[in-house]
Design a protein around this ligand. Sequence first.
Ligand code: AMP
Length: 285
Amino acid sequence: MEIIQDIQAFQQRMLAERQQGKTISFVPTMGFLHQGHLSLLEEGRGRGDLLVLSIFVNPIQFGPNEDFDSYPRALQRDAELAAKTGVDILFAPDAEAMYPPGCATSVQVSGLTENLCGASRPGHFDGVTTVVNKLFNLVQPHVALFGMKDFQQLAVIRKMVADLNMPVKIIGMPIVREADGLAMSSRNTYLSPELRQQGLALIATIRTLCAAAVAGQRDAATLIAQARDFITTQPDARIDYIQICHDETLQDMDTVDEHSVVLLAVRFGETRLIDNHYLLQPEPA
Ligand code: AMP
């Protein structure tokens, strides 16, 4: 596996690979890799001749009071995992090179970005769509893989790609969970054992709501009230949002149907966890 940090060298290399007719699979991440990221890489491996991973903690998608400085970073460890997973090229640019002084262009998807995480993290999705756009221009992928863990992000990226006619196929991959059901996240490392235990309330809520919906409870307000009652029994939980939304429009739904996804964002102490699941699909094991 090659590690490339220089942006120009990387772009030249990718253009040359494409000219040789290679099919390029791409997985963008912020690093501190876990099995969730690796599942994207494993799928990407089978979908292209060349598998590219980017590791870039993108400053412009973090708010001023968010965890950009403390976000876990472990490039050496990540490189070893990536090599074992069959990555061909690891692209790890510097923030200063990605955003040189005078950078004045951003990409904004309206509509899908105002609800859910967009409401509590103003500007977050502009940062995401801008960096993904830059990365797509540098990598020139045929296929790019994203996790459903970040359900809204996936919807926003699909919309950007469709609206801007970007020649890349977007693949959404299922959430990978720890054995006890906690959705894997680089941020789980922030949790004390006590808070991690409380964080299991997310998967417990998802399971309860899925069971209720499948059993016939289709009133979204009733399901959300049930979820709120349960989450607030956890002493350190502060709910950011619990919503039931349409999977494509991300608008709130009154009545559950096969498009309904429950999405949760809850802070446990300082750590904000997100999770989601289609209410009428089999509940996560
Ligand atoms: P991040 O490094 O957190 O920006 O995530 C990089 C990619 O990995 C995004 O597309 C995420 O949705 C995906 N991802 C993160 N956690 C998981 C998970 N537990 N299961 C599946 N995909 C994930």
